[in-house]
Design a protein around this ligand. Structure first.
Ligand code: TRP
Length: 456
């Protein structure tokens, strides 16, 4: 079947290609599995009342997340450039408009803003490696663990330093273009993380409050569900899958022609969702067992998990390893968050990868101070969604990512010719038809409905 891509020669990416399907799946899994699963999912679910939120989140992952992810990968592979240039190129090639590049620009900006606060939290996980190893949590009470956390985030110099160290690590890897090495780390990191989540789960099951935890997560109470929590669930689905901002599009640009987009997406979605659910199952029983508040906010994992590890045999060891793994997970996500901006600067301004990374890294580090100070000096400065940190988080997860995702599925479903997408998805059968119905109708209508209702 003839596609409207010029000539038979397929494009090549400037930045090289993944060596195998496995390398691609590992890279995308590395970007998806991160603080979103273990830090953010439990606290957002807690703040939004549990059950009904979790259900809406799962529905969003399947009917919106999956088609958006497939659309991003197929657009990325077809354009084979940075997200800005790819959207411009395909917009013109499909006979529409080069203005579609703005979707790419929105993504570049979203990545910068997300990493600005993501790095602050990742810095906390670095500090918690040291705290765990020093044994401060061994046998500590819930009050002591909470006090540890509060005095830690209250110290702006200390968490600012941790943010700086984490950004330096991220810049170092992206600048040297040695992500491939880090991607290999995903090979043992994800299974190891799963293993430790299961250790925690077993501990939780024996806490005597497992039933309460499960009920909180899986008994939907629709009275608690507001349009704002539906939006939070949609935003979380986008955030945790790394979609809506062109990161997966940038990764798709390096994907070999013959790799199955549907299969790779399904593998990533299943791995990512399982880790989030396991994290919730491990954390909520501990919250109830220790009389903590599920709506505690960003400190939730930092209050519950050290407490559990502190009471476990071998807890110092497990806790240290856990925070090492979580830092690694955050690291592989951070490099994905920078990729659209870095690839864009390299291609657009003919900078070297190192120069582009340092520029972008510095900008992100600078903006990140707004979030560093949100937990101490500026904690009383609140507007719209709350502190500066809350606002950056709300704006990116709940507005920019869904909006980016909406435009991406509209592009793939309505602007691109049927043949172009069928060509990339290697099918015109029932799977393709299902994707197309989701991308053309279900996902755009769903996103619009939630955005409109929540914002009004
Ligand atoms: N998915 C990541 C996490 O759950 C965070 C994230 C959002 C991300 N968008 C991204 C990572 C884009 C890489 C690329 O922690």
């Amino acid at each position: 079947m003839l596609s409207n891509q010029a000539g038979d020669e397929k494009r090549k990416s400037l930045h090289g290609h993944w060596s195998s399907r496995m390398a691609f799946v590992l890279a995308v899994t590395g970007s998806a599995v991160g603080l979103g699963n273990i830090w953010k999912f439990p606290y957002i679910a807690g703040q939004n009342g549990g059950g009904a939120f979790v259900l809406v989140y799962l529905v969003c992952v399947v009917v919106i997340g999956m088609p958006v992810m497939m659309s991003e990968i197929l657009i990325g592979r077809r354009g084979r450039r940075n997200p800005v240039a790819t959207m411009e190129l395909l917009g013109k090639e499909e006979g529409h408009s080069g203005k579609w590049r703005l979707v790419g620009s929105l993504g570049v900006l979203a990545g910068i803003l997300i990493l600005s606060y993501y790095s602050v939290i990742a810095g906390w996980t670095l500090a918690y490696i040291v705290k765990s190893a020093s044994g401060v949590f061994a046998g500590a009470s819930a009050e002591a663990v909470e006090a540890q956390f509060n005095s830690f985030v209250g110290d702006w110099r200390l968490i600012g330093l941790c943010h700086t160290v984490f950004m330096a690590l991220a810049v170092f890897v992206v600048a040297r273009g040695v992500e491939r090495g880090l991607e290999q780390a995903v090979r043992f990191m994800v299974p190891a993380l799963l293993f430790l989540m299961i250790v925690l789960l077993v501990y939780s099951m024996n806490s005597g409050y497992f039933g309460e935890g499960v009920a909180f997560m899986f008994t939907p109470d629709f009275d608690k569900l507001t349009w704002n929590s539906v939006l939070a669930a949609l935003g979380q689905a986008f955030f945790t899958l790394s979609i809506g901002m062109g990161a997966i599009m940038a990764y798709g640009a390096y994907l070999p022609e013959e790799t199955s987009i549907t299969g790779s997406s399904a593998a990533v979605v299943i791995a990512d969702t399982s880790i989030a659910i396991l994290a919730g199952l491990a954390i909520f029983p501990l919250v109830f067992a220790n009389n903590l508040d599920p709506a505690d906010g960003p400190g939730l994992v930092f209050d519950t998990l050290p407490l559990a590890f502190g009471q476990m045999a071998g807890g110092v060891f497990f806790s240290t390893i856990f925070f090492v793994l979580l830092s690694f997970a955050a690291w592989t996500s951070a490099i994905g968050l920078m990729e659209p901006a870095v690839a864009w600067i390299v291609e657009r301004f003919s900078k070297t990868r190192a120069q582009a990374t340092v520029m972008i890294g510095f900008t992100i580090w600078f903006i990140g101070w707004g979030s560093v100070l949100s937990f101490n000096v500026l904690s009383d400065v609140t507007f719209l969604a709350g502190t500066i940190f809350d606002n950056v988080d709300y704006l990116t997860s709940n507005i920019m990512l869904p909006l980016g995702g909406l435009l991406i599925v509209i592009f793939a479903g309505w602007v691109m010719a049927r043949n172009s997408t069928a060509d990339e998805l290697h099918s015109s059968g029932s799977l393709f038809k299902a994707w197309r119905v989701l991308a053309r109708f279900v996902a755009p209508v769903g996103i619009l409905l939630v955005l409109i209702n929540a914002v009004l």
